[in-house]
Design a protein around this ligand. Structure first.
Ligand code: ZN
Length: 346
């Protein structure tokens, strides 16, 4: 059974299971067990029903056609407090397989927004668990003194690389599709959050309160633009492929869980042709604002033969994409220069 998290060495060979487990245990000891405790985070985690949370993730994965047994869901013992100067509320470390949560930072955000702190903690946990359960692939050395360093990481749609020639040399970093991935992640995390709360008796009131907050202060909440983008994109995909909006959204979820290669040239070409030239590049760079107007459902003009042919071809392609059946099967392998954009542009 294939696991949703895979680790490779510098040369692209899968690391031995025992070595991966040993490294994970080292990270757990260092970042959780032997790290200074955060009583606020501990209290919050003690009250979380991890069994229930896991079953919600499994059901959601199943709905998108993913085998729930492959999910890398993290239990309480892999959740670490973040150091006080950490700049975000939460973080998933794909190489260490640890979720970090900063309760103090969340307390500050809750105060600024006038939002219930526990709800924001829960929403952060759901978000980071969504990253952890996504397709994760890491390759490179785990010894930071091994130069040249070339580390590649894939989390859902987001791919990032870090390269450094020698000690003291500038390190080059590249990050693609991050905002797109965050949009899918946060939208799914909100779905999980609602299901989790709703499974407790008094849940509905809390959910309504949270939704009201999401509507009233959208700009302050993280990834609001990215979520709106994903919803508009799902609508457009649904329109083009004649499936329901929910099916299009589930296809995007499935892509995140399978690590859909957005740089697959065929998919890239089709998306550019369907929406606008340069679409995928801008998506990779997180230029979502500029892409919004391009996602509008096109006005129906009387169409001529060649346009009709193009549309039917696209529907065929996206139909396959939506069904999760790739016309061009691919697997990310660290040896493939997966993260480099093709030189040829239309
Ligand atoms: Zn995130």
């Amino acid at each position: 059974m294939e696991k949703s998290r895979e680790i490779f060495d510098q040369l692209g060979n899968p690391r031995k299971k025992e070595d991966v487990e040993r490294a994970e245990e080292r990270a757990r000891l260092q970042m959780v067990e032997n790290a200074p405790k955060d009583p606020e985070l501990q209290e919050f985690l003690a009250n979380i029903d991890f069994g229930l949370l896991k079953s919600i993730f499994q059901k959601i994965a199943e709905k998108s056609g993913i085998d729930p047994k492959t999910l890398n869901f993290l239990e309480r013992e892999r959740i670490s407090p973040l150091v006080p100067d950490w700049t975000s509320a939460g973080c998933y470390f794909p190489d260490k397989n640890i979720i970090g949560i900063s309760a103090s930072r969340i307390a500050k955000i809750a105060e600024d927004l006038g939002a219930p702190e526990n709800l924001l903690l829960l929403s952060t946990l759901c978000h980071e668990e969504t990253h952890a359960t996504s397709k994760v692939m890491c390759s490179g050395s785990d010894n930071i003194n091994d130069f040249p360093i070339k580390i590649k990481t894939l989390t859902g749609y987001h791919s990032s690389t870090r390269e450094q020639e020698s000690s003291g040399a500038p390190s080059k970093r590249n990050s693609l599709f991050q905002l797109f991935n965050e949009g899918v992640t946060e939208k799914l995390a909100r779905e999980v959050l609602k299901l989790y709360i709703a499974s407790f008796g008094e849940g509905t009131g809390v959910v309504k309160k949270f939704e009201k907050m999401q509507k009233e202060i959208p700009e302050e909440l993280p990834y609001t633009v990215a979520i709106k983008f994903i919803e508009t994109f799902s609508k457009r995909l649904a329109y083009e492929t004649h499936v329901s909006e929910d099916s299009a959204w589930r296809a995007l979820v499935r892509g995140m869980y399978e690590g859909e290669d957005m740089l697959n040239w065929e998919l890239w070409k089709e998306l550019d042709m369907l929406i606008t030239p340069g679409f995928v590049e801008r998506l990779a760079d997180g230029d979502l604002h500029k892409l919004f107007p391009k996602l509008a459902i096109p006005l129906k003009n009387p169409i001529n033969g060649s346009v009709q042919w193009r549309i039917s071809r696209l529907i065929k392609k996206f139909g396959k994409f939506i069904m999760g059946v790739s016309l061009y099967p691919h697997k990310l392998h660290p040896e493939h220069d997966h993260y480099r954009k093709p030189d040829h542009k239309k």
